[in-house]
Design a protein around this ligand. Structure first.
Ligand code: SAH
Length: 350
C-alpha cells in the first residue's frame, strides 16, 4: 500500500527522515512544508537534501488535489469542487464565505453506509474511507483555489466521520497542529449521525472541536423512520453520550434537524423536540431538507420552517435556520458526486 505522507504526525515523519539517513529536525521541516507552507512538490522543499527529496518522491507520492469540476454560485459565491483521488474515487467539498471567515465543508468517506433515508450520499453505499491526508487536502486545495486562508472546517460532506474514526482524529490533530495550518479546534465541527461508542471515544481525545449531532427526530420512532443508526442506539443513549461530551469538553453540542414537510415539522414534533433540548445547554440548527431526486422528501412549505423555529424559540431553545449556501449550484449534499456516477453509469450503458 502506498503510504499517504500527509496523514502522518511529525514524530512519524521524524522516523522517515531517520530511515533516509537524515536528521530528526528534517522530519519536522517536512511536516511544515506539507502542512504549513503546503507546497505542491518535494522539489520545493529546499532545505531538504536533493537525495532525500528524490527518495521521498519515490516512496511517498505527494497527493495534491486539483478540482475536476468547479461550480460557483451566482447567488453567494459558494464553490463546489469535485476531486478525483489517486484511485479514481470522486470526492466533493464546498467552500463558503461567511462574515466570520471562509469555511470548507469536507467529505470523510467515498460514499456512506449509514443509509439515512433523505441523504443522497447513502444511495451508492460506502466505497472506502478517506485518509487524513485526503481530508486535509480538501481544505488546502480550497484555500489554494480561493487564494486566501480557510478559517473554519466542517466535516459535513459525504460520509460518516465517526465511521472513519482513526483518520478523522488524525485529520483534526494535523489541521490544528501549531507547526501545520494551525486551525483553531474551536473552528472545526464534526457532524455525526450518532455512533454512540465513538462519541465516548472522541470525548477522551480531549479535543476542543464542536460536535454536531444529526437528530432529525425527537422520538425513537421518528428517528428510526429516517435513520437506520437509530435502531442500533436509542435516543436516550445518544443524548447521554452527547451530554458526556459536553460535560467533559465544555463544548456545547449543535443538534441538527433536517426539516421535512409533513414528516417531522408538526406542532407535536416541535413540542417533543423542545422537551428533549430544553434543559440542555446546546444549539439547534434547522436545515430545510434538500430534495434528492431519488427520494420524495420535500422541505416545509411556505413559512412553515420559520413557524417551527418560532415555536422552538418560545420554548426557550437557542435555534437558527441554516442559511442555504449555493442553492443554485447543486441541490442536496452528495449530489455532485452522485451525478458524476450516474453519468458514468449512463456512459457505460452506451
Ligand atoms: N454523516 C454525518 C455527516 C454528513 S451529513 C451526519 O450524519 O451528521 C451532514 C448533515 O447533512 C447531517 O445532519 C445530515 O443528516 C444532513 N443531510 C443529509 N442529506 C440531507 C438533505 N438531503 N437535506 C438536508 N440535510 C441533509
Amino acid at each position: 500500500m502506498i503510504q499517504d505522507i500527509k496523514s502522518l504526525y511529525p514524530e512519524e515523519l521524524v522516523s522517515i527522515a531517520r530511515e533516509m539517513g537524515g536528521k530528526d529536525f528534517q522530519g519536522k521541516q517536512l511536516f511544515q512544508w506539507l502542512h504549513q507552507k503546503q507546497v505542491d512538490s518535494y522539489e520545493a522543499m529546499t532545505n531538504l537534501s536533493k537525495a532525500m527529496r528524490r527518495q521521498l518522491e519515490k516512496d511517498y507520492p505527494l497527493l495534491v488535489l486539483q478540482p475536476e469540476s468547479t461550480q460557483i454560485s451566482a447567488l453567494d459565491g459558494t464553490r463546489k469542487y469535485l476531486y478525483a483521488m489517486e484511485d479514481g474515487q470522486k470526492v466533493e467539498s464546498v467552500w463558503m464565505q461567511y462574515q466570520h471567515g471562509d469555511s470548507v465543508c469536507i467529505s470523510s468517506q467515498a460514499g456512506c453506509r449509514m443509509g439515512c433515508r433523505f441523504c443522497a450520499s447513502a444511495i451508492g453505499g460506502l466505497v472506502r474511507n478517506l485518509t487524513a491526508g485526503e481530508m486535509l487536502e480538501q481544505v488546502y486545495a480550497a484555500g489554494r483555489e480561493a487564494g486566501r486562508r480557510v478559517s473554519h472546517t466542517v466535516v459535513m460532506g459525504t460520509g460518516e466521520p465517526l465511521d472513519n474514526y482513526s483518520q478523522l482524529v488524525r485529520f483534526v490533530r494535523i489541521l490544528s497542529h501549531e507547526q501545520g495550518m494551525n486551525m483553531s479546534q474551536r473552528n472545526i465541527t464534526v457532524s455525526t449521525c450518532g455512533i454512540v461508542p465513538q462519541i465516548y471515544e472522541l470525548t477522551k481525545e480531549k479535543l476542543q472541536i464542536t460536535l454536531a449531532l444529526s437528530l432529525h427526530g425527537a422520538t425513537d420512532e421518528k428517528r428510526q423512520a429516517l435513520m437506520p443508526i437509530a435502531k442500533k442506539y436509542s435516543l436516550a443513549e445518544v443524548m447521554e453520550a452527547c451530554d458526556f461530551y459536553f460535560q467533559n469538553t465544555g463544548r456545547r453540542i449543535t443538534y441538527e434537524y433536517s426539516l421535512i414537510g409533513g414528516v417531522n415539522d408538526t406542532d407535536e414534533d416541535a413540542a417533543q423536540l423542545a422537551g428533549l433540548l430544553r434543559r440542555r445547554n446546546c444549539h439547534l440548527n434547522l436545515i430545510p431538507v434538500n430534495p434528492v431526486e431519488e427520494r420524495d422528501f420535500q422541505p416545509p412549505v411556505g413559512k412553515d420552517a420559520d413557524k417551527f423555529k418560532i415555536k422552538l424559540e418560545k420554548y426557550g431553545i437557542n435555534v437558527t435556520i441554516r442559511r442555504e449556501m449555493g442553492r443554485d449550484i447543486d441541490g442536496a449534499c452528495g449530489q455532485l458526486r452522485r451525478r458524476f456516477s450516474a453519468q458514468r453509469e449512463a456512459e457505460r450503458e452506451k
